[in-house]
Design a protein around this ligand. Structure first.
Ligand SMILES: Cc1cc2nc3c(=O)[nH]c(=O)nc-3n(C[C@H](O)[C@H](O)[C@H](O)COP(=O)(O)OP(=O)(O)OC[C@H]3O[C@@H](n4cnc5c(N)ncnc54)[C@H](O)[C@@H]3O)c2cc1C
Length: 380
């Protein structure tokens, strides 16, 4: 298992339950530890449990036995404490070493580790998350990191106090990071190519137990589509055009309702506007916008999300990468999340071309773990 985020941990727990010897490499929940501690999860409670086959280590179990329910939205530090408990009980022996390269050999796979060790495996699951895919728009490519960065590079905004920061994007990360910057004393403007949309969850809030009719526990996507998205094996059978349309709709940039009071009326937002050009000017960034106006800011923060691309998973040896059939940068996967290279699986966001938007969220790990573990057990 390469990766110890929600997917790697869940799959490892399911594999072990089937007595399949499994070694997990990666730093447990590293991506989440690197987020700002003041962050809240966008996921609702029912969609935030890490998966183990007997549900012994769900969020509900955690609040029953360890610490009280914090309410929703779920604060990141609480989620991280829960995840630590999950790791301690379900996958206690994660090896935090990075895998440097992965090759195929005649017996299976050969992993070269960052500390010089090598490991052989019959089956490999690539669960490295979306971090390698942080998207830099063309206008930002030549700007130095001192004045332009992606949201994922930050966990602390105190250095932005009294500085002017433009945040590009209008998804949850862009809007929440804009709020955190503002609260840290920065002068912030959000520039979005589309409208700034706030998710309205009236049906969730006002329908009591009947909310489950409108919102499946996985809770990804708008009512109606969310039930389809909850079944990735059905999504996989849809024509490509429908899958892409589903992805566009479910992943459309929007902010959670609870975030709105921290942005509306507090932070300047410039919707329906694109950055045409960005240049450095005396240590600042000059932005030329599509409405003809200009901004000069101290820092440009890109809340532009992640675009999976197999080419950017650097640990894959080129000789292996060329054997992985791909489309639009995503590996093409069978119903067991297995690529065209037998025994090589890809999970998480990079599986989204076939299995849809659920793969971008913690809630997608349960189905993924069940499928991969079943495949591995059948082949063992
Ligand atoms: C700001 C923000 C907020 C989010 N909020 C939510 C939310 O509320 N709910 C939700 O469901 N999703 C949320 N997400 C998406 C979330 O990141 C994914 O759901 C989840 O992290 C995917 O899990 P993963 O296991 O695929 O990858 P990750 O969590 O990214 O884990 C990757 C793992 O791979 C390891 N790794 C990387 N490279 C190597 C290597 N070479 N060798 C070995 N190990 C390696 C890392 O150490 C890590 O353990 C959010 C994302 C962002 C950016």
């Amino acid at each position: 298992m390469i990766g110890a985020g929600p997917y790697g941990l869940a799959i490892a727990a399911h594999l072990r339950a089937r007595q399949i010897p499994t070694v997990v490499f990666g730093k447990p929940m590293e991506f989440w530890h690197d987020m700002p501690a003041e962050l809240y999860l966008k996921s609702s409670w029912s969609a935030a449990s890490l998966s183990d086959p007997s549900r012994l280590f769900s969020l509900d179990r955690y609040v029953r036995s360890v610490e009280p329910h914090p309410g929703e939205p779920i604060p990141l530090p609480f989620f991280l404490r829960y995840a630590r408990w999950f790791v301690e009980h379900a996958v206690p022996d994660v090896d935090p070493t990075y895998v440097q390269s992965l090759k195929r050999n005649d017996r299976g796979f050969r992993l070269a580790l960052a500390d010089g060790r090598t490991v052989e495996a019959d089956r490999v699951i690539v669960a490295v998350g979306v971090r390698p895919f942080a998207y830099m728009p063309d206008f930002a490519r030549d700007l130095p990191a001192s004045v332009c960065s992606h949201t994922q590079a930050h966990s602390d905004f105190s250095c932005f106090r009294d500085r002017r920061v433009a945040v590009v994007g209008s998804g949850q990360s862009a809007l929440e990071y804009a709020a955190l910057l503002h609260e840290a004393g920065a002068d912030v403007e959000v520039i979005a190519r589309g409208p700034v949309i706030w998710i309205n969850r009236k049906l969730y809030e006002h329908t009591g137990p009947a909310k489950r009719i409108f919102y499946p526990p996985t809770d990804v996507g708008p009512p109606g589509l969310n039930w389809l998205i909850a079944f990735p094996l059905i999504v996989r059978r849809l024509p490509e055009k429908m899958r892409l349309a589903l992805r566009r709709r479910a992943m459309r940039p929007a902010g959670a309702k609870w975030l709105r009071p921290r942005v509306d009326g507090r932070i300047k937002t410039t919707p329906n506007t694109v950055v045409r050009r960005a240049t450095t000017e005396s240590g600042q960034v000059r932005l030329e916008l599509s409405d003809g106006s200009v901004r000069v800011v101290d820092h440009l923060l890109l809340g532009t999300g992640f675009r999976p691309d197999l080419q950017r998973i650097s640990l894959l040896d080129d000789s292996l990468r060329v054997r992985v059939a791909a489309r639009r940068g995503f590996p093409i996967l069978n119903e067991w999340f297995e690529s065209s290279v037998p025994g090589l699986h890809f999970v998480g966001g990079v599986a989204g071309y076939d299995f849809g938007p659920l793969c971008n969220f913690v809630a997608g790990a349960k189905l993924t773990a069940r499928r991969v573990a079943r495949r591995a057990a059948a082949a063992a």
